[in-house]
Design a protein around this ligand. Structure first.
Ligand SMILES: [Zn+2]
Length: 154
């Protein structure tokens, strides 16, 4: 192997503040990262797959749910993770984008609120004693699902 880059990384084990399940849509990377940091969440096991929490709420195949739950179990086993953050976002390609909701942000936000609720139940059922939070990111920021209902008006 040929060295391509030098950077010193601490070889210590860590305890994950949370496992974050989110979509790989890079438009929301900075928003979500900033919000995680704002919430004091520094050590994260980031699980990024198309649609994020959709794999738990409404997977195309059961194997997607099995895979994602296994990732969460591994995060708990390897890094003592006891908090899951499920993130959905506006205009997600895995849901057909905003187009799929008639370009109505309120309808979209409501749909994601229901999806996140389903995903949270799935995660809680699979991982005993786990804490689960649900966030919805749009082009104006990050919402918790209780307020996602009004996200379309922001
Ligand atoms: Zn997406």
């Amino acid at each position: 192997m040929q060295k391509r880059f030098h950077f010193d990384t601490e070889a210590v084990q860590y305890r994950a503040d949370a496992a974050v399940v989110w979509c790989f849509d890079d438009r929301f990377t900075l928003t979500v990262q900033k919000f995680l940091k704002r919430n004091g969440l520094a050590r994260l096991d980031s699980i990024r797959v198309a649609g994020g929490a959709k794999c738990l709420a409404s997977p195309r195949e059961e194997s997607e749910r099995t895979f994602l739950l296994e990732q969460l179990r591994l995060s708990r086993k390897l890094h003592g993770m006891d908090r899951v953050i499920l993130v959905a976002h506006s205009d997600c390609g895995a849901y057909g984008g905003l187009e799929a909701f008639g370009r109505d942000p309120k309808t979209e936000a409501e749909h994601h609120r229901a999806e996140l609720t389903r995903a949270a139940t799935c995660a809680r059922d699979a991982l005993d004693g786990i804490r689960v939070e649900c966030w919805f990111a749009n082009f104006a920021g990050v919402w918790d699902i209780e307020t996602a209902r009004s996200a379309g008006t922001a």
